[in-house]
Design a protein around this ligand. Structure first.
Ligand code: ATP
Ligand code: MG
Length: 245
């Protein structure tokens, strides 16, 4: 579904991504782990077209957006952007919109879908995220965990083919973390294709079909949790896991 091929990215002199190739298959859940500064967020930002790659190809299904790092067509980019949803650490809801309007905004304004249909969909998604009764509140009236679940509903409202998460729980208290992880696990159970950067090892182990360990701008090792977490082959992976306890 989504692939990056030989992607490179530098900030000034600093090479942050060094020849990264990663293909995510339909229905697959990929967890990206690794030490701070290893390039996880940069990779996610490149994959979601928030950051330009210097070299390499980006493919979304039948759309190739960046061939050798050149982004040709704006129409193509806009099409590709509609194929994925994005959830960050800091929920980024529109503060002055109601929760319902936050979820409805892009489907109505960007996708030009029928308002009645979108509202029904949005209410159903909010219910699925355990937020029934909160539709008319503004984000600051919700807990962090509720806000994060609202932003997941907002991303899902676009009917994405892939969901990207960058440390979706790192700003949350443990009990709020659990409720967010639960809804992500629910999406995995429905075969949603997902790429999740996380430092929650037990969650990564539970939810991911594949664990990707990144360090120093490269994929050091990848495979099922039983391999990468339980029996890492690479010294760098072992060191990272040992230090995390
Ligand atoms: P963390 O676990 O702390 O979130 P990360 O693996 O997500 O780390 P990145 O945020 O991708 O790491 O950062 C990788 C490197 O790129 C770091 O050295 C960082 O300082 C640098 N970097 C990231 N974004 C920029 C930017 N916009 N300008 C300059 N340098 C950047
Ligand atoms: Mg990061």
């Amino acid at each position: 579904v989504v692939a990056v091929d030989h992607v490179q990215k530098s900030f000034g002199e600093v090479k942050v991504l060094r020849d990264i190739s990663l293909a995510v298959n339909p229905g697959e859940v990929v967890a990206i782990i690794g030490p701070s500064g290893g390039g996880k967020s940069t990779l996610l930002r490149c994959m979601t077209l928030l950051e330009r790659v210097d070299a390499g190809d980006l493919t979304y299904g039948d759309l190739t957006c960046a061939k050798d790092g050149t982004y040709g067509d704006k129409v193509l980019l806009a099409q590709a952007r509609q194929r994925f949803g994005l959830v960050f650490q800091n929920y980024n809801l529109f503060p002055h919109f109601s929760v319902l309007r936050n979820v409805m905004d892009a489907p109505v304004c960007v996708q030009k879908r029928d308002r009645t249909e979108v509202e029904e969909h949005a209410r159903a998604l909010l219910a699925k995220m355990g937020l029934t009764g909160n539709e008319d509140k503004v984000p600051c009236q919700l807990s962090g965990g509720q806000q994060q679940r609202a932003s997941i509903a907002r991303a899902l409202a676009m009917n994405p083919q892939v969901m990207f998460f960058d440390e979706p729980t790192s700003a949350l208290d443990p009990e709020l973390t659990a409720e967010v992880l639960k809804v992500i696990k629910g999406l995995a159970a429905e075969n949603m294709t997902m790429v999740i950067v996380t430092h929650e090892m037990s969650f990564a182990r539970d939810v991911a079909d594949r664990i990707v360990f990144m360090d120093g701008g490269v994929i050091v090792e990848q495979g099922p949790a039983e391999q990468v977490i339980d029996h890492p082959r690479e010294e760098r992976t072992r060191a990272f896991l040992a230090q995390r306890g």
